[in-house]
Write a protein that binds this ligand. Structure first.
Ligand code: PEP
Length: 247
């Protein structure tokens, strides 16, 4: 089956009213790529980006969500609030959230559950550290990370998600995984889902993330189980993000 390609920008904690508007203006000057694409912006810029991205043919995403529905959780943003803001996608379990903000597999799983309950589409991030890779723990780690989500929401719920394989050692380092390394993990993740539900596994879009650039996107996206990308640094320039989408 052919899965529609999906390319998602993760702006992280970057941007300003002026820079974001310039990004959208730059994007609009370029031809619309054939793939589905979305931009995950910081919370405070969601309202600004909603009409700009709609005009540009791009989806709107957030970078985090609370696992709680409402109440005394100072500084948190609920899934329903994201829906109110017109958000479609939400990145959950990015390695920066896991390592810098202590998000465990259980927390990530409960965030996915909350997002799905509100009708959002989670982009579930998994990935191993360099130390885990060097000690041959990669597949165990990523399958455990995804397994925690499957235990919480069931494999069929992944039909409303995308999974992003992002090796921690490749994020923001300029050192992407080779297409072969990435394909190996993507295929293993798809197999892991297939053990629960073959049809969901066939339809699931598994994105690669970690130092994707215009120069290496095509060879990564040519792999049979790589269905697109989650793009950090290179997504801050609309021309580079566009070149990756075109690839
Ligand atoms: C990311 O943060 O999701 C990411 C893939 O970053 P970069 O593209 O900068 O490696």
């Amino acid at each position: 089956m052919t899965r529609q390609r999906l390319v998602v920008a993760n702006w992280k904690m970057n941007g300003s009213l002026e820079a974001n508007a310039a990004w959208a203006e730059g994007w609009m000057r370029l031809e619309r790529p054939a793939c589905e694409a979305a931009v995950c912006a910081p919370f405070v810029y969601l309202a600004q980006m909603k009409p700009l991205l709609a005009q540009a043919g791009l989806g709107l995403g957030a970078q985090n969500v609370s696992q709680h529905a409402a109440g005394a959780y100072t500084g948190e943003v609920s899934a329903q609030m994201l829906v109110d803001a017109g958000v479609e996608w939400v990145i959950i379990g990015h390695s920066e959230r896991r390592t810098l903000f202590g998000e465990t597999n259980a927390v990530v799983a409960s965030k996915v559950k909350a997002a799905l309950a509100a009708g959002l589409k989670p982009i579930v991030c998994v990935g191993e550290t360099l130390q885990e890779r060097e000690s041959s723990q990669t597949l165990r780690v990523v399958e455990e990370q995804l397994g925690a989500v499957i235990s919480e929401v069931g494999a069929k719920a992944l039909a409303s998600c995308a999974v992003a394989y992002e090796p921690v050692w490749a994020i923001g380092t300029g050192k992407s995984a080779t297409p072969e390394i990435a394909q190996h993990v993507h295929a293993a993740l798809r197999d892991a889902v297939a053990r629960f539900d073959v049809e969901t596994a066939r339809q699931l879009r598994i994105l690669y993330g970690g130092s994707v650039k215009p120069s290496n996107a095509a060879e990564l996206f040519a792999q049979p189980d790589i269905d697109g990308g989650l793009i950090g640094g290179a997504a801050l320039k609309s021309e580079d993000f566009h070149a990756i989408c075109a690839a």
